[in-house]
Design a protein around this ligand. Structure first.
Ligand code: PRX
Length: 658
């Protein structure tokens, strides 16, 4: 049974272990294996993370699990995230750089903790003056510029949950998220740089505002002193507001530990993207604790995570965790290949980066460009992270050797938007590294590999199964914004006894396939559902297909993931056209355009393939897995449930003939 559901077989050969360098272990924030025993005192172990923060009021109870899966963490505690990321550092490191920003055009800004304090206060006052109140959701559609963390922290300061929408997302994706969050305020910018071009970002805001149900206020930052594109008079310029509120201070609002800090939308298996709602206390404690123990961040470090803040990795590991620890966090606006393929190493050298955090996609890209691109740059990482998708041992070894110089510790961190922080990862000074394996569970985390009936598959069996988490943790999402039923349906229903109010009967379903080795290391194999992972971005095939379906010529569309050496997976679109429509290049272009407009350019289909029919089950469900087999030139999986079992072969023949 299990095998049928596992789309990715475990084909990897056993890998050898690599020990962390001795110099790393000697200086590590956490090198004591007893940390695991402390966190196994459940749930009290997690207080170790909460104690890394400043609290206005101490919690009365670590975990209230009386109403699973609606867990409450650090109940009765009060705190403010902006205070924890800024104010509390001022005594000791006011003049230290908090944000070290480099624009793609070479512009540079060192935002000290004192600067950050002043700018966040002024922005908090500005937001209030625009009517933003505690608990109002502010949607932020900003690229990788200092305005983004400043706006997030200003929201946190006044207790307004933010919902950051990745800048690469299109107007319709933005509109959809504004509506879903019922947001009365949207923060945008005139534009930003991408591969040398100044991209007009206001166009997207205009288009989104024309499409939203409500009538939100739009606040616009500018990338330079003056706007570079036309900005509607309906929008309020942030620069004017900041002038008005210059020098004002805003007392951080004391938030209940359980008050939401932010929403982050992510693709689900069905329908609309879901707003993962993260709490203030548990989330911040978990992001901070893992930043300290897993990322090994110290205040004196220069830490660079190449992710975009528009994804969860950037929230936890560019903004909240690193700043709560008082370090210097690097932000880069552009792409790693502009104006040349050594840009990343140039930045690493210039700022003397100690800790480097990236994705397997980026590593594969660096590999493709070749080690020559690294020549002549002088940098020395102590620690390197990978996140977002499984890393092939080959890529891991290249990362270790050519980027790490064989003397950096690597952590392969598995987690999800819903999780708030790393769940499966080694603590780099304690366990040995194993290429292609995320390693052991983080302290206090209890994963299990389950078969489709929910029985645990032991490590001895060495079989792939469903990755599940059997105990709550402070970084977990509170719910799906405004939709508790969907929260239960997406994450809990499958492996939980939903009638029970005993938390032991509730199990979190990750939706990934994984194998547990006899060494206790977990190897993640990929998503089980119809969600693909493009360059580390999780995309629902459902969303992609909806975008394709916007094209009038299309009768029906199915998207399948094609393995891609660089991006991990890329979408192949299989379409049937309406009667009378010619299968032409023009239709292809319309389809590609629809995906770029509906989702974003990063999701551009690799191929648009015209077919006569799609493989469907008798109940009419499209069997995307078979299309995936075709896209990847794999042997066809089980076709016995198809209404017409000959369809996949016909498609294959048709494509070969084309
Ligand atoms: O399939 C897993 C993969 O990315 C999914 C989560 O995507 P998202 O919510 O966008 O968050 C990405 C960054 C936290 C997971 O279900 N994934 C993430 N990290 C790893 C991974 N797969 C293998 N190894 C990882 N280290």
């Amino acid at each position: 049974m299990v095998d049928e559901d596992i789309t990715i077989e475990s084909r990897l050969a056993e890998q050898e272990y690599f020990s962390p360098p001795e110099e790393f272990v000697e200086q590590a924030n956490m090198a004591d294996p007893a940390v695991y025993d402390r966190f196994d005192e459940f749930p009290e172990g997690f207080e170790e993370y909460a104690e890394m923060l400043d609290w206005d009021e101490q919690w009365d109870e670590v975990l209230d699990d009386s109403n699973p899966p609606f867990y409450e963490w650090f109940v009765g505690g009060k705190l403010n995230a902006s205070h924890n990321c800024i104010d509390r550092h001022l005594d000791e490191r006011k003049n230290q750089t908090a944000l070290l920003w480099e624009g793609e055009d070479g512009e540079q800004r060192n935002v000290s903790y004192q600067d950050l304090y002043r700018e966040v206060n002024a922005m908090a006052a500005a937001l209030r003056s625009m009517g933003v109140e505690e608990d109002d959701v502010v949607t932020i559609h900003l690229p990788m510029v200092p305005a983004l963390p400043i706006t997030m922290l200003a929201c946190a300061r006044i207790g307004a949950p933010h919902s950051v929408v990745f800048a690469g997302f299109s107007a319709s994706a933005l509109a959809n998220r504004v509506d879903s969050a019922d947001s009365d305020h949207v923060v945008t910018i005139d534009g930003y740089y991408r591969r040398g071009d100044f991209l007009d970002h206001i166009e997207k805001a205009d288009e989104a505002m024309a499409a939203v149900d409500g009538d939100p206020e739009v606040l616009a930052w500018t990338r330079h002193d003056e706007p570079q594109v036309d900005v509607s008079d309906d929008y309020t310029m942030v620069a004017d507001l900041l002038d008005d509120h210059h020098g004002e201070t805003v007392e951080p609002v004391s938030r209940d530990a359980e008050d939401p800090l932010f929403l982050m939308y992510t693709s689900g298996t069905t329908g609309e993207p879901k707003g993962c709602q993260h709490r203030t206390g548990g989330y911040l404690a978990y992001a901070t604790g893992t930043s300290k123990y897993v990322e090994d961040i110290k205040p004196e470090d220069t830490y660079w995570c190449m992710a975009d803040i528009g994804w969860i990795t950037g929230h936890s590991y560019i903004v909240y965790g690193p700043l709560a620890l008082g370090t210097t966090t690097v932000m880069y606006e552009g792409t790693p290949d502009y104006p040349h393929k050594g840009r990343t190493w140039d930045i690493a050298e210039k700022y003397d980066v100690d800790i480097f955090h990236t994705s397997p996609t980026a590593v594969r890209q660096f590999m493709k460009w070749g080690e020559e691109e690294l020549e002549g740059y002088d940098f020395d990482f102590r620690h390197m992270t990978t996140v977002g998708e499984p890393i092939q041992p080959e890529a891991w070894l290249w990362y270790y050797k050519h980027i790490g110089g064989e003397d950096a510790a690597i952590v392969d961190t598995w987690w999800q938007t819903e999780n708030g922080g790393h769940l499966i990862t080694n603590l780099p000074a304690i366990q040995d590294m194993k290429p292609g394996s995320a390693g052991r569970p983080a302290p206090g985390i209890e994963p299990a590999i389950l078969d489709d009936e929910g029985n645990e598959i032991g490590a001895e069996a060495g079989e792939a199964g469903n990755l599940a988490i059997t105990r709550p943790w402070p970084g977990m999402l509170q719910t799906v914004y405004g939709n508790d039923e969907r929260f239960i349906a997406e994450y809990w229903e499958r492996f939980s006894d939903t009638d029970s109010d005993d938390s032991e009967d509730w199990v979190y379903e990750a939706g990934d396939a994984a194998v547990k080795g006899t060494d206790g290391y977990y190897r993640i194999l990929g998503r089980l559902d119809d969600v693909m992972n493009v360059a580390g971005h999780r995309l629902g095939t459902m969303e992609l297909e909806s975008a394709v379906a916007e094209v009038d010529d299309v009768a029906e569309a199915a998207v399948a993931a094609r393995d891609d050496a660089e991006k991990g997976e890329v979408p192949d679109v299989y379409v049937t056209v309406r009667e009378g429509v010619e299968e032409s290049e023009a239709v292809r272009e319309r389809i590609v355009g629809a995906v770029e407009d509906g989702i974003g350019k990063f999701a551009r289909p690799a191929n648009v393939l015209f077919v006569d029919d799609l493989p469907k089950t008798r109940s009419g469900k499209i069997m995307r897995r078979l299309l995936e087999d075709i896209s990847n030139d794999d042997e066809l999986g089980n076709t016995s449930t198809l209404a017409d079992p000959s369809v996949p072969e016909e498609i294959r023949d048709q494509l070969r003939a084309d």
